[in-house]
Design a protein around this ligand. Structure first.
Ligand code: F6P
Length: 256
């Protein structure tokens, strides 16, 4: 605790909590893009928060990404068995399997002695496929789960970087740049003011469902993600707990 305060991390946590009216901010030392220990620390803090905030039989929606994947190894130590149901927050086929929400939801369930519900769908659907798909009973069931999600654990990424990682079409890349998107989370792209300016057409949790959740864990670090994280924080729901690192936090406070 003393080291945390002396290094100024505690002060930055309070500054971010107050500025963005968040439930809590946790900053781990280091930069998770450069030092792997920092990413592991983020994962550990997220696992501890999940234990603290979850109740028996809660539905927990999880997104993909390497930062969320880093939570997996800490779950068996920190989570007491309480029948948590982990659901993939989005279809999301297209990325590396280890980074997909489906894979992560199953891995979380295994480590936390819970169960999982997955949703294997392409990351991008054509309008026609989307309209047909949402009428399917299994998709409706998923939407009901999203309506009743108690906790959401999600990553945040740089908009352009994420569009590249997802092999987005030229048309989508153009939209993202025209709309001046800087951040991305759960399939939504946000501009500098924190407004959602674009959404990937796929089955997944929606902003309004996210806002209804009891707790939100936004988990992202690394100096290069500062503007992305900042854009997201501008409109982040009040029940958000941000778990980040020193590298991102320092840059965020400079941009504020
Ligand atoms: O693709 C899933 C996702 O959670 C995105 O919404 C987010 O932008 C990204 O992963 C973060 O990935 P990483 O933790 O690997 O930087």
């Amino acid at each position: 605790v003393l080291v945390h305060e002396l290094s100024g991390l505690g002060e930055m946590e309070r500054q971010l909590e107050q500025t963005f009216k968040l439930a809590q901010v946790i900053i781990v030392p280091g930069d998770s893009e450069i030092e792997s220990y920092a990413k592991s620390l983020i994962g550990q803090e997220a696992a501890k928060q999940l234990e603290l905030l979850s109740q028996d039989q809660d539905t927990v929606a999880v997104t993909g990404g390497s930062t969320i994947a880093a939570i997996t190894d800490h779950l068996s130590v920190h989570i007491k068995p309480k029948n948590l149901v982990f659901v993939a927050a989005r279809g999301g086929i297209g990325e590396n399997v280890e980074l997909q929400a489906n894979h992560i939801a199953s891995a979380f369930a295994l480590q936390a002695s819970g169960t999982s519900r997955t949703l294997y769908l392409p990351d991008h659907l054509s309008e026609k496929a989307y309209k047909t798909m949402i009428k399917e009973p299994v998709i409706k069931e998923m939407m009901d789960l999203y309506d009743n999600t108690n906790i959401v654990i999600h990553g945040i990424g740089d908009a352009k970087e994420m569009a590249r990682r997802r092999n987005s079409s030229q048309q989508e890349l153009d939209t993202i740049s025209q709309m001046q998107a800087v951040g991305e989370a759960f399939g939504y792209y946000f501009n500098e003011q924190g407004k959602a300016v674009h959404r990937i057409r796929t089955v997944g949790i929606q902003l309004k469902q996210l806002k209804q959740a009891r707790h939100l864990l936004a988990v992202a670090g690394g100096a290069s993600k500062a503007s992305a994280i900042l854009s997201y924080l501008k409109h982040a729901p009040r029940q958000t707990v941000l778990i980040t690192d020193e590298g991102a936090a320092k840059n965020i406070t400079q941009l504020m």
